[in-house]
Design a binder for this molecule. Structure first.
Ligand code: C2E
Ligand code: CA
Ligand code: CA
Length: 441
């Protein structure tokens, strides 16, 4: 009997948080639909999704993510202590089944408490992690008679909260339904393209700079320009989301030129204010780079800011170079001829052949973050990183390690002679003026 009870518990409970799991939550919801139909009562379902959870996982690792999920589960439990069932649907998605005394106002109050619960900081070691939540609400029977309908509609409402800038709650409505249909990717892509066009002219794009340090002297030797988009509602959109869309059209050329202009202007400022030898690293997308007029255009921008070309380093992904070498290599050569530097980004992911690598006119390699992640535990990653460092030494290329997050990684890299380091452990991407903290004493 004990064993049976244990098995039942395993089948119904989410391991990580101890909450009801997805399957069991649906069963409870089904049962509720039946009893509420019989008793002619109403109840609500809250669909809760954490905002900005992925960056936490990415930046601090899964253990940090788990801490947030467990703590958030506890908080949801507390909120529903006097009635209601909380389930974890998977990932950072939760749901609450609420059988209040029948009022929609009560559901709204509950949803507000969920938002507050997400807003309180989460403690991980000596860090405070912050997230928020987006909540969607559906009400039985107005928004559905079955658990499937109720969940789908609460989910659609949640998606609306996300669109409204996150950290928000939303009841299901037909409008929410319409926006669900809008998710179809082509429409979304076109919408985003138009919005991006608008972003460009109304100054919604901005750059953050992430330093590269030389671990020997502890000096900030370069910064990498990273683009962000602040939408009118305050939401920050990251380049992984919009650059791929911009790359589908000529928009990428306009955005790329804007980045170079802005970064050069800011580099001139930094060089005049205490960082005379600082180098600016700029990411380039495929279409920007195959344009034969690129060298001249860059030249006129550096000239107009009185910068010398060797302080500008263009980061190209290895994949890009290998895909269209016949177009890309001549542009690279022309750029090098003018003194610009070129770095191969995400190195190790693009399967370059070594013979080809030897012929590329580049000045540095950036070891892809995914190899740094496994240091120093994963033997494969350690071997790859050491090999890339050796390769760099023999080919007279500088090697930069990016995405360095822990002391142990730093120790490993130093031990094997990697001195150029970029990563959250030393500095996150920062606003221009915040770089002043790295002024040499
Ligand atoms: P990337 O060139 O590999 O840039 C590094 C990314 O890693 C940045 O993300 C940065 O914030 C993140 N990062 C830095 N240190 C760490 C760390 O220690 N841990 C972790 N987990 N992440 C770290 P971001 O800013 O979201 O940029 C993403 C990608 O978007 C960039 O990858 C780059 O390919 C592209 N991108 C950014 N700015 C531009 C731009 O101006 N033009 C183009 N074409 N692409 C850009
Ligand atoms: Ca880069
Ligand atoms: Ca990279």
């Amino acid at each position: 009997m004990e064993q049976q009870a244990h098995i039942r518990q395993l089948a119904q409970v989410d391991d990580l948080t101890g909450l009801t799991n997805r399957n069991h939550f649906h069963q409870l919801l089904d049962a509720n639909c039946l009893s509420a139909t019989a008793a002619n009562t109403i109840f609500g379902v809250l669909f809760v999704d954490l905002d900005r959870f992925k960056p936490i996982n990415d930046a601090f690792g899964h253990e940090a993510g788990n801490v947030v999920l467990r703590e958030f589960a506890q908080r949801l439990r507390k909120i529903t202590a006097d009635g209601g069932e909380v389930g974890r649907l998977g990932g950072d998605e939760f749901a609450i089944l609420m059988t209040p005394k029948g009022s929609v106002t009560q559901l709204k109050v509950l949803a507000e408490r969920v938002l507050q619960a997400a807003n309180r900081p989460f403690i991980y070691g000596d860090r405070e992690l912050s997230v928020s939540a987006s909540v969607g609400i559906s009400v039985f029977p107005e928004h559905g008679w079955t658990s499937a309908e109720l969940m789908r509609n609460a989910d659609a409402a949640m998606y609306r909260s996300k669109q409204n800038g996150r950290n928000a709650l939303c009841f299901f409505s037909d409008e929410a339904n319409a926006s669900l249909a809008q998710q179809s990717s082509l429409v979304q892509q076109l919408t985003m393209e138009t919005e991006l066009q608008h972003a460009l002219v109304s100054n919604e794009l901005f750059l953050e700079y992430q330093p590269v340090f030389d671990s020997v002297g502890g000096k900030m030797v370069a910064v990498e320009a990273l683009i962000r988009w602040r939408r009118a509602n305050g939401e920050i959109v990251y380049p992984d989301v919009f650059i791929p869309i911009a790359e589908q059209s000529r928009l990428i050329m306009q955005i790329g030129r804007w980045v170079v202009q802005q970064a050069c202007k800011d580099l001139a400022f930094l060089q005049q204010n205490g960082f005379p030898e600082l180098q600016m690293n700029i990411n380039m997308a495929v279409p920007e780079f195959v344009s034969p007029s690129l060298p001249e255009e860059l030249m006129s921008i550096t000239n107009s800011h009185n910068l010398s070309n060797h302080h500008l380093c263009l980061e190209l992904t290895e994949g890009l170079v290998m895909k269209q070498p016949e177009k890309v290599i001549p542009v690279m050569q022309a750029l090098r001829h003018l003194g610009f530097k070129i770095s191969l980004d995400d190195f190790g992911m693009g399967y370059s052949s070594l013979s080809r690598l030897k012929k590329l006119p580049i000045s540095s390699l950036k070891i892809d973050r995914s190899f740094i992640q496994g240091l120093p535990r994963d033997r494969g990653d350690c071997a790859i990183v050491r090999t890339i460092l050796d390769l760099g030494r023999h080919m007279n290329l500088k090697v930069i390690a990016e995405g360095v997050e822990t002391d142990a990684q730093l120790v490993f890299l130093r031990q094997f002679g990697c001195t150029l380091i970029q990563g959250f452990i030393l500095s996150r991407p920062k606003q221009l003026t915040d770089l002043m903290v790295y002024l040499p004493a």
